[in-house]
Design a protein around this ligand. Sequence first.
Ligand code: FAD
Ligand code: SF4
Length: 397
Amino acid sequence: MTAAPTHHKARALRPGSPRPAKELCSECGLCDTYFVHYVKDACAFLNQQVAELEEVAHGRSRDLDAPDDVYFGVHQEMIAARKREPIAGAQWTGIVSAIACEMLERGLVEGVVCVQSAPGDRFQPQPTIAKTPEEVLAARVNKPTLSPNLSVLELVERSGMQRLLAIGVGCQIQALRAVQDKLGLEKLYVLGTPCVDNVTRAGLQKFLETTSQSPETVVHYEFMQDFRVHFKHEDGSVEMVPFFGLKTNKLKDVFAPSCMSCFDYVNSLADLVVGYMGAPFGYQWIVVRNDTGKEMLEVVADRLVMQPVGSQGDRRAAVQQSIPAYDKGVTLPMWAARLMGVFIERIGPKGLEYARFSIDSHFTRNYLYVKRNHPEKLADHVPEYAQRIVEQYNLPD
Ligand code: FAD
Ligand code: SF4
């Protein structure tokens, strides 16, 4: 028997009421629970504490003299992998869902925090605690919208559950790490995905309508390593739109302010991270941060095709050029955008260098956003590793 948790409770905030992080709130869900009591310490946008929480989660914070640590966070290993038999309808090959199903089946955990779709709207997130593999599978595929995954934390505590797997993006995981010892759990496993450029449900609509030829049939989309957005439609067709052809002037305010000021793209505090951007096309990119992450990956290892991660090219010129282009909202004509996409795909950064390209372009953009919109937060909110990444480039004022 573990001792009942002792912690303070506060009244959850009412839906739609102002949040402590104001416009920077990513709707992580913490404030929808009585754990809102801890918001000042726990909220990723009120109290950036990646280095301190890395110590708690991984036993050390990232080594700022090790370039791969600076970019990808504390890790034991990184690999590229895909499921030999992909899960139909998953975002990629379904490694995240497969790990969660297997952990439930083996009895390693009693429940999985994940996010299904609300009935009638595939992009409206509905967080849940899945207790069966079927419920986990119902949560497969990205909901590319801010999702209050932590809103189920009260249910975790009330259920008396002792062993939990939480799946989530960086801001959710940062708040979770800050309150995890209040949940009365014997063991918490954290499976993260990278995350960037998320949107509100209304912002998503605008993005789809501005960018896709058939917004109402999009099932999922991803910003791919070939410098195109791939929209998958209901009939299985894939529509590709080059990044450089995006209507950046119209899309500038689509991304949520939280995501424009986030520097935890790689989900630094998860035990295991499953994304795609450091891997060759068709593979997923896996970052094992600690022994717990290793244990999680091992439960599906015999169902994966694995290969080492690689790195090719030099991202820096492309990143430097992207800074003023984004800043001024330049949109290339579609023919030029396609040409540029083809050219960059041939000679451009690949593998880990593509991941660095994406991290650099988002961190420089976000640094400018915070500097211009929340200058009082700049010093505390930008972690040291992000500061070092941004310093490699010339930024406009
Ligand atoms: P699946 O088996 O399909 O499972 C997906 C899991 O994600 C589900 O368990 C679900 O609960 C959870 N989930 C879905 N939507 C959300 C959400 N909004 N918040 C929290 N949890 C959610 N990877 C990169 O390498 N680079 C990126 O730039 C990148 N951007 C991303 C942006 C967003 C908004 C999200 C949600 C993910 C992003 N990822 C990115 C991760 C990547 O797209 C895949 O989610 C990951 O590789 C897992 O694929 P899978 O097939 O194994 O997942
Ligand atoms: Fe609360 Fe989460 Fe919003 Fe911060 S990001 S104010 S913790 S709901």
